[in-house]
Write a protein that binds this ligand. Sequence first.
Ligand SMILES: Cc1cc2nc3c(=O)[nH]c(=O)nc-3n(C[C@H](O)[C@H](O)[C@H](O)COP(=O)(O)OP(=O)(O)OC[C@H]3O[C@@H](n4cnc5c(N)ncnc54)[C@H](O)[C@@H]3O)c2cc1C
Length: 284
Amino acid sequence: MIPTHFDYARATSLDDAIARLGASAGGAKLLAGGHSLIPLMKLRLSEPTTLIDIARIPGLSGITEKDGTIQIGAGTTHHAVATSALLTEKCPALAETAATIGDPQVRNRGTIGGSLAHADPAADYPAILVALDAEIHVKGKGGWRSVKASDFFQGLFTVDLQPDEIIAGVHVKPQKAAAYAKLHQRASHFAIVGVGASLEVSGGKISAARLGLTGASTHAMRLANVEAALAGKALSDATIDAAAAVAGDGLDDLNADIHASASYRRQMIKVFTKRALDAARARA
Ligand SMILES: Cc1cc2nc3c(=O)[nH]c(=O)nc-3n(C[C@H](O)[C@H](O)[C@H](O)COP(=O)(O)OP(=O)(O)OC[C@H]3O[C@@H](n4cnc5c(N)ncnc54)[C@H](O)[C@@H]3O)c2cc1C
């Protein structure tokens, strides 16, 4: 289908984009890679009056390390995340996650900021960013603020972002002992179930663990019971098996759709939690 009529403007800076958003009184939408927004517009599920193109804002894309923190600009494509030498060396799970997104066309156009703002329940980044305890930096009329990934995803396509705010970037600490494992939908590669796992290990013991789940429910979330089952335990097969066995327990709003029933998803949460933990352990 053809989208409804819209105006187009190219933003020259974050502040320019924020001003344009404010002036549109809710009618405008930001355009990054367009790989979620344009399909919605073609289906007329989204009918913005103006598209504010942020893809060429100077400095909005790129991956750098500053004061021990890796900073990823919101406009950075999935391909750039997947092939980043810095991430491959210092935070390989994030690069690996990006490499599993969609197909080459999606990875070459889609951006990390667009994926996080859109917050598809089956998107990949949310699970690994929750596991990595990432911070999402946003700017609006009121200035800057940062939100923990675990607080950012609030519901179905719903995030902690005001109408006049823009995601500027994602900050993560270097973390080698982390991994992402997903059961993917064969055509789109979206996650039917995706689990991100991150381990802090000291003297053969797990001092802390963080796990993020996507694809299974309305939005990404921590697997707190798995984290509790790992913390303070010896890093062993038995510990991982016992922790993976409780993954998904207590979650009573699991998705059920043409790809998988709720009970199948619950079982796959256990399987992919184990795979993510085994892979993170191999890097510890
Ligand atoms: C065929 C296909 C397969 C896919 N497979 C996968 C997959 O396997 N895994 C996966 O995770 N995703 C998948 N996707 C989604 C893809 O990753 C999109 O690129 C992503 O969801 C949106 O990023 P974008 O840059 O294209 O955003 P856009 O489509 O341009 O924008 C999406 C939304 O975010 C808003 N937005 C964009 N940038 C910002 C910003 N910086 N701040 C605030 N709001 C912003 C827009 O206004 C819009 O509402 C797939 C998409 C397609 C078409």
